[in-house]
Design a protein around this ligand. Structure first.
Ligand code: SF4
Ligand code: SF4
Length: 69
């Protein structure tokens, strides 16, 4: 498997997302951004799986899952 392969899947529930930007602010890798007042994934390959976004989201709108290897 190439080292650049994406290892984590980030799921954002657009119904639950309130656009508070916490996830974007806490992500150390700039994986997330805001689009039309909702969180979106812009750099999925940079995700380290730290789960800070999931932890800080007050609306439980983000789930980070490790991909099967
Ligand atoms: S798991 Fe960590 S690196 Fe990945 S999107 Fe969330 S905060 Fe960013
Ligand atoms: S922290 Fe949660 S509610 Fe806030 S912008 Fe991110 S996904 Fe949306």
């Amino acid at each position: 498997m190439p080292v650049t392969a994406k290892k984590y899947t980030i799921k954002i529930n657009r119904e639950l997302c309130k656009g508070c930007q916490f996830c974007m602010a806490f992500c150390p890798e700039n994986v997330l951004a805001m689009k039309k007042a909702k969180a979106v994934v812009i750099n999925p390959e940079k995700c380290t799986g730290c789960q800070l976004c999931e932890l800080y989201c007050p609306d439980f709108a983000i789930e980070v899952e490790k991909k099967n290897e």
